[in-house]
Design a protein around this ligand. Structure first.
Ligand SMILES: [Zn+2]
Ligand SMILES: [Zn+2]
Length: 199
């Protein structure tokens, strides 16, 4: 067990909250980004269209989440890529209690965010829809980090227990399945849904 585990289970609430804040600092950059992007582009698109673009971004996130997570588990002959998988994700499988490392670093998430924004601009060829789509995608990412961190911190979040159990299954014995964290649907679409436990 990681020694930091005791901090997240510290009897003092303010100590627990402070430690959670320290761990999740990379995560708190993004909610204001989502709010600012939405506030800027929402009135320009009209709120009905804005909700549509935002929802499309949210759905796209679930596919991005699935794809990136599955990529981290692909077996490859390329040593550099294997090292990257190890650094970016596989170490998290060996040390699931290492909470600061259970979040994507800003060094990883900012370039990815810019890349996805560039792709959205290329696809939509218009700034306002691209910004709203990106706000939805980023909101999906924020939700992912929250569900993932809460799962590893063993917080019980009402209404999200089923997602937390689903990710715990990925760690426990089905690491080559159950890649979805905020949305299990793509596991069923692409044939990586959880198998019933052997009796
Ligand atoms: Zn995890
Ligand atoms: Zn994994």
């Amino acid at each position: 067990m990681n020694p930091n585990r005791s901090l997240v289970e510290h009897p003092n609430l303010s100590a627990r909250l402070y430690y959670a804040w320290l761990c999740t600092r990379p995560f708190w950059v993004y909610p204001p980004v989502v709010a600012l992007l939405s506030a800027w582009a929402g009135p320009r698109a009209g709120w009905a269209s804005a909700a549509g673009w935002f929802a499309a971004g949210l759905v796209a996130w679930t596919l991005v989440e699935y794809g990136l997570h599955r990529l981290m588990h692909v077996r490859t002959p390329w040593r550099r890529f294997r090292n990257f998988q190890e650094f970016a994700h596989l170490r998290h499988h060996r040390e699931p209690d290492d909470l600061p490392r259970s979040l994507v670093t800003l060094r990883g998430s900012i370039p990815l965010s810019l890349l996805f924004f560039g792709l959205a601009l290329l696809v939509f060829r218009s700034l306002v829809p691209a910004v709203l789509f990106h706000a939805g995608l980023t909101a999906g990412y924020v939700f992912y980090e929250f569900v993932h961190f809460a799962t590893h911190a063993r917080w019980r979040i009402p209404g999200l227990n089923w997602l937390q159990r689903y990710h715990a299954l990925h760690h426990a014995r089905q690491w080559n399945r159950t890649f979805g964290v905020t949305c299990p649907v793509w596991d069923y679409v692409f044939g990586t849904a959880p198998r019933a436990s052997p009796r």
